[in-house]
Structures are given as structure tokens and as C-alpha cells.
Design a protein around this ligand. Structure first.
Ligand code: ZN
Length: 319
């Protein structure tokens, strides 16, 4: 029997590249600190736009080979993040990218949007049975920004957690990716005069399909030391993210914090100790007791690693 790592993090994402853009710093941070990081990607991203002219013929309407190509991009991204355990839900090609909401691709028989919830959740339960994650990361009920595959990833992850919990190995905490409104406001201000403004046409954070009030954010993961790994992982998804993307240029305005700091709301579990005006945790494992069944060698390493700042529950604003 293999021994489990002391800290085990499972992330459920919709398409290759979502892991790097949304949670790359978090994944690199925990991989570097010795935690077990498992990524499950639900589709191959077959319907993505292609930003490399020489590869344009791979598109869904042409050779329809983009999904296979993106397996290699995802592998390279995971290597950059230091993540060695990545899987596709139900195996590579089980579910197809549904395309943007309302498109005919939503109705394809293999589209993830058409997936039977319990069947898809069953594949994820099998991963949970093996990995036994204490922490699960996925999207909020709107899939962070409304893409059908992101909404479906949320539903599948939450259903799988429910089923795993009924069997006694559900995650202790479930986080949803989030963006604080204060960070969006700062971004809008910083880009107001830029010709490359990702917020063009947006007058207030409420106009965006995402953004959470700061007092609803529960965790702020500072992976600024891993910002280069996150950028390298994003660059591995070259078909999806052009070299001149604002995702890279924004780093010039915000520095490594834009790339390296990621935020979460807590959907299931008890908030651990944190700091600052809202008691934000700086560790997704904050407040969890170490797993007695875990590898003792790794547990020792974890004890020596910086994690949570001890504060009283009152200071932390524990709910
Ligand atoms: Zn996506």
C-alpha cells in the first residue's frame, strides 16, 4: 500500500489552460512545498480559438485535432508548475469541450455540458478514493464566468464531494476560485489609460461576470515566488494565449503579485486562522489537523514549513 502525502490538494478544471491561468501559482506553491497536487481536467478544450497561425488547421472545423495537441500543452504546463499528477475526467477524450454558452456545440452528444452528472461525478469519486484530498478547488456555481464547461465542472466536483463524503473520504474543505472586487478596481484604475485595457468598456466591477466582495474572500494564496512558474505554464498553452496577451502585459503594471497571488471563497468546511481586516487565510490547509495516516517523513517536512500565522479566532474573524 502506498503512503499518502500529509497534505493533498485536488483541483478540478474545465479545459487545459484554466489550471494555469486561474490557479497556477497555488498549484506551484503547494507542489514546491511537498504537498500532493492532483489536477483533473474535464475536457480537452477542442473548441478553443487557436492563436498560432501554423496550427490553425487543427481547429474543430478543420482537422479537429486541437484536443490532442492540447494534451501536450497541458503536460508541459504541469511540468512548469511542478505538478506530476494530472488526469482527464473519465480518461482523455471522454468529454468534449462544449464551446461557449448557446452554441450548437453545447448539444454534441459527448459535450461535457450534456454529461450525466452522477456518471461524471463517479469518475471523480474514483480519483478521490485514491488521492483522498483534504482540500478540493473548483469554480463557483457560475463557473467563475459562465462558460458551460466551467459550470458543469462545478456541478461534477460538488456532486463527487458529496458522494465521497457519504463514503467517508470527502474533502474537509472546498474552495471556489474568486477575484476580490478591490483587486478588480485596482486593475481598472491601473489600465484606464492603456491601449491594451482588458477592462475596456467596463465602468464598474459589477459589470464583470466575476468578482467577490472582499469580505467574502476566505483565502489569499501568495505564490509570488512561483510567478515565473505560472507564467511558464501559461506560455505552454501557446495555442490559447497569444504572446502579446494582456495576461502577460498586466504583470508589468502589477508586478509579480498579479501572476502570483490567487484568491478563493470557502464553500464547504471551517475557515482556519487568517490575518488582515477580513482574516484571510494564507493556506488552504489552515485549521486542518495533520492526517495521522500520512507519510511521517513528509509530515515532518510539513511541520518545518511556514504555513499559518497563529492568531486568536477573534482576530481571525472565524465564522
Ligand atoms: Zn476554460
Amino acid at each position: 500500500m502506498t503512503t499518502l502525502a500529509a497534505r493533498r490538494l485536488l483541483l478540478v478544471h474545465a479545459h487545459p489552460d484554466d489550471e494555469s491561468i486561474g490557479t497556477g501559482a497555488t498549484m506551484a506553491y503547494y507542489a514546491a512545498s511537498g504537498a500532493q497536487v492532483t489536477l483533473v481536467t474535464c475536457t480537452l478544450g477542442e473548441e478553443g480559438e487557436i492563436h498560432v497561425p501554423a496550427l490553425a488547421g487543427l481547429a474543430a472545423a478543420e482537422a479537429d485535432q486541437l484536443g490532442g495537441y492540447r494534451i501536450a500543452e497541458l503536460a508541459a504546463a504541469c511540468a512548469a508548475l511542478g505538478v506530476t499528477d494530472h488526469r482527464f475526467l473519465g480518461g482523455a477524450g471522454r468529454y468534449r469541450d462544449s464551446g461557449m454558452m448557446g452554441l450548437p456545440t453545447n448539444d454534441q452528444p459527448r459535450a461535457f455540458w450534456q454529461a450525466d452528472l452522477d456518471t461524471a461525478a463517479g469518475y471523480l469519486v474514483e480519483v478521490m478514493r485514491e488521492v483522498r484530498p483534504q482540500v478540493l478547488v473548483t469554480y463557483d456555481p457560475n463557473g467563475f464566468y459562465g462558460h458551460p464547461d466551467h459550470i458543469q465542472a462545478h456541478r461534477v466536483a460538488m456532486r463527487a464531494a458529496e458522494l465521497a463524503t457519504a463514503e467517508g473520504f470527502g474533502p474537509d474543505k472546498i474552495y471556489w476560485t474568486a477575484m476580490p472586487k478591490s483587486v478588480l478596481e485596482a486593475g481598472m484604475t491601473a489600465f484606464a489609460e492603456s491601449a491594451d485595457n482588458p477592462f475596456a468598456g467596463i465602468e464598474q466591477p459589477e459589470d464583470l461576470p466575476f468578482g467577490s466582495p472582499d469580505d467574502q474572500i476566505v483565502a489569499r494564496i501568495d505564490g509570488t515566488d512561483q510567478h515565473a512558474a505560472k507564467e511558464a505554464a501559461m506560455r505552454a498553452h501557446a495555442t490559447q494565449i497569444p504572446d502579446n496577451s494582456w495576461l502577460y502585459s498586466i504583470a508589468g503594471n502589477f508586478g509579480s503579485e498579479f501572476m502570483g497571488v490567487e484568491y478563493y471563497t470557502l464553500a464547504v468546511g471551517t475557515k482556519g486562522p487568517g490575518a488582515g481586516p477580513y482574516g484571510w487565510e494564507d493556506d488552504l490547509f489552515a485549521g486542518l489537523t495533520p492526517d495521522p495516516a500520512a507519510d511521517p517523513a513528509e509530515s515532518v517536512a510539513v511541520v518545518g514549513a511556514p504555513s499559518t500565522v497563529p492568531v486568536t479566532p477573534a482576530e481571525a474573524g472565524v465564522r
